[in-house]
Design a protein around this ligand. Structure first.
Ligand code: HEM
Ligand SMILES: *[C@@H]1O[C@H](CO)[C@@H](O)[C@H](O)[C@H]1NC(C)=O
Length: 533
């Protein structure tokens, strides 16, 4: 545990500890029992299982391959079968109208994701809650929130200006995580988290961070009764209650405004979910509070990872940066000043402008294809007789098994993405080529009834940020993944048209699949933007 504690000494790392813990739990569950080898003999396998150790030797080998910290899912994979099977796990079926149930281990994360939140609930309670939540995430509605998203992006831009002036090295993830927190707070429950203003972070945010930090120190090896009285557990309960109280107070206030017909009532996701609710029952209050907590969890890291990889890929791919620049020039005109673009995004017709950002959209899509940040974990209950059909028609009973689609593998299937499967090619999402990609081959938000509700928000946030900064700032990777330079200090193109790098940048599994070094970069003002002012 000492090593773990050191590893997770920083708050950011705090959240990150969850996936290893979760993975450990899953692996414990997965440890082969003697008769498992026989039971699963019919399942597609990476190699012949060992008589007593099952696939442990294979797991050890695969884990030891390449860079030690590299995301496991990206090292080796079972087969293409996964794409075919993933769809059966996430879609509604006769047996499961809400798709295969969430893995119960999700509940172990309750302090972070909310025990009765949209992320964790299942069955009818989840259905009712999802219906309440969806209106706030509709694209048309989100468009009315461009102003607040821009306000929060302004802080992000100011940080970049400062870092460009000083020329110092920084971890991009610190900036993008703070930005994503700010956007989630304002859009989903209308609170200013002030994540991007050092020293002025809101009590809600500092509480959430403290809670995450305490949570990863939880000693899961202790029996829960003994654990209950530990100092750490008292701390978790205290912070859990504090967070709940802050959220509930906000929800009650919004509900009161709504019932009075107050014109200043918020248009946040949470507030909209209370429309038509006459009486705020303890149940609805709890669901809403927990769901806001779930938004904080589900939205900040994922969106932040997406931005980090986009900045990196644009840095490496001159053709993509050029195409993006041309699109922004044609949609917003030649002035690259962020304030000019913000003004255009606030003017009437902004929906049309956003809709014209086709290449920007393709960049987002392609980045999520190469670097999907998250996944889902489902469990078919023992005795439920849940079956998956293999491509050859064979039926396999998967009761009691953890089912977790590997988007990383599915989204790099050579049968679908061809020779360029590992390359950043936004163009593949435009024109006639796009029609040949089956929808189920792209699943960063997962699919089916439990698909991520925040995809439109993430997409809009990133489009807005790229529109404002892509022509003004140039990101330069330092350390891992940095560009190789020739004698004149210029980057060198490889045969595919990307800049050569000294080493490969990759993601590592820490809750989500995160860029290994937090994306250490420098930023500078582009030559063009210098000429612009
Ligand atoms: C690039 C950004 C994002 C990615 C890649 C992502 C990915 C995912 C994935 C893979 C799931 C699991 C779906 C399943 O269990 O089948 C999920 C669920 C969810 N996400 Fe996201 N997400 C992102 C951003 C956001 C944001 C910004 C929010 C909200 C502010 C959000 C809210 C949620 C919620 C509430 C769920 C649970 C939905 C349900 O079970 O009904 N996500 N997301
Ligand atoms: C981001 O948030 C962290 C944690 O609250 C804070 O320490 C840091 O100052 C923030 N950074 C920026 C650039 O806003």
């Amino acid at each position: 545990m000492a090593v773990l504690e050191q590893l997770f000494a920083h708050w950011q790392s705090a959240l990150l500890a969850i996936i290893p813990l979760f993975a450990y739990y899953l692996l414990q569950k997965l440890k082969p029992k003697q008769n498992d080898v026989k039971r699963f003999a019919d399942f597609p396998q990476p190699e012949e299982p060992d008589k007593t150790r099952g696939h442990w030797p294979w797991i050890e080998k695969a884990a030891g391959e390449g860079e030690a910290g590299r995301s496991f899912g990206s090292k080796r994979h079972l087969a293409r079968i996964m794409g075919f099977v993933a769809e059966q796990v996430t879609r509604a079926t006769k047996q499961y109208s809400t798709s295969v149930p969430k893995h119960p281990a999700m509940q172990d994360l309750a302090p972070l994701v909310g025990s009765r939140s949209l992320v964790t609930l299942d069955g009818d309670e989840w259905k009712g809650l999802r219906k309440r939540i969806l209106p706030g995430f509709q694209p048309q509605h989100l468009l009315s929130l461009v102003k607040v998203i821009l306000d929060k992006s302004q802080y992000f831009i100011e940080h970049l200006e400062r870092l460009a002036a000083s020329g110092e090295e920084f971890a991009v993830d610190e900036l993008t995580i703070n930005l994503s927190f700010d956007v989630i707070g304002i859009v989903t429950f209308d609170m200013d988290l002030n994540a991007q203003i050092p020293g002025q972070q809101s009590p809600l945010l500092t509480t959430y961070r403290e809670l995450s930090h305490a949570f990863v120190k939880r000693d899961n090896s202790k029996h829960w009764v003994r654990r209950y009285f530990s100092e750490n557990e008292r701390q978790i309960r205290k912070l859990d209650n504090k967070l709940d109280a802050i959220l509930k107070e906000n929800i009650k206030r919004e509900h009161a405004k709504l019932t009075k017909g107050d014109a200043t009532a918020s248009r946040s996701v949470a507030a909209l979910s209370l429309h038509g609710i006459k009486k705020l029952t303890p149940e609805i209050l709890q669901q809403t509070s927990d769901t806001c907590r779930g938004f904080l969890f589900a939205g900040h890291d994922t969106t932040s990872i997406l931005m980090q990889w986009i900045f990196y890929e644009l840095h490496r791919s001159p053709h993509a940066l050029k195409a993006l620049t041309e699109e922004l020039d044609s949609v917003f005109g030649p002035d690259t000043n962020p304030s000019t673009i913000m003004a255009r995004l606030l003017a009437p017709g902004n929906g049309e402008l956003m809709g014209n950002l086709k290449y920007t959209d393709a960049i987002i899509k392609e980045t999520l294809r190469l670097y999907p940040p998250g996944t889902t974990a489902r469990l078919a209950p023992e005795g439920s007789g849940t079956t998956l059909t293999m491509p050859d028609g064979k039926q396999l009973v998967v009761d009691g098994l953890v089912l977790t689609p590997r988007a990383y593998v599915i989204q790099r299937d050579p049968a679908i993405f061809g020779e360029s499967k590992d390359d950043f090619v936004p163009e593949r999402w435009l024109g006639s080529e796009a029609a040949n990609i089956p929808e189920s081959a792209w699943r960063p938000y997962e699919r089916g009834p439990r698909r991520c509700t925040g995809s439109e928000l993430a997409n809009m946030e990133v489009r807005v940020v790229l529109a404002c900064i892509a022509r003004r700032f140039e990101f330069v990777k330092v350390g891992r993944g940095e560009l190789e330079l020739d004698e004149d200090g210029s980057p060198i193109l490889n045969e595919k048209g990307y800049y050569k790098t000294k080493s490969e940048m990759y993601s590592t599994d820490v809750v989500t699949a995160k860029p290994v070094d937090g994306m250490k970069m420098k930023v500078r003002i582009s030559e063009r933007a210098k000429a612009n002012v």
